[in-house]
Design a protein around this ligand. Sequence first.
Ligand code: ZN
Length: 119
Amino acid sequence: MGIRYCMNNPDHPIPDSIRADAVFCSQKCGWQYRNRKKATETKEFQKIERDLYTNYRIIKDMLQKDISEISKDTAIVLGFNLSCHTGILGIDKLKGIAEFKLFDFSYIIIGDRIKFKKT
Ligand SMILES: [Zn+2]
């Protein structure tokens, strides 16, 4: 069998004394690898959570001001992430328009406008 290398650090050879299916050279490398992976995943989840919250706040603030429609550009400047929602309520196949759910709100994108409402 050839030399095996550590999944945490490809510069680390895996000693022959470690079991054949091992992917790390040491426990320490295993912990480092899993901790790094977990931290990366946590960051990705937190980014999605932040984007959902920002979208929610923007829609809520607009509806409180009786504004139910803004331009995509304005939405983006405000921090709205057009692809961050909590589901799809429906699709108008003829018009090619999806109604996106965002907790108890929904929005549709028509041309360069975003229209939202409370569901
Ligand atoms: Zn290692």
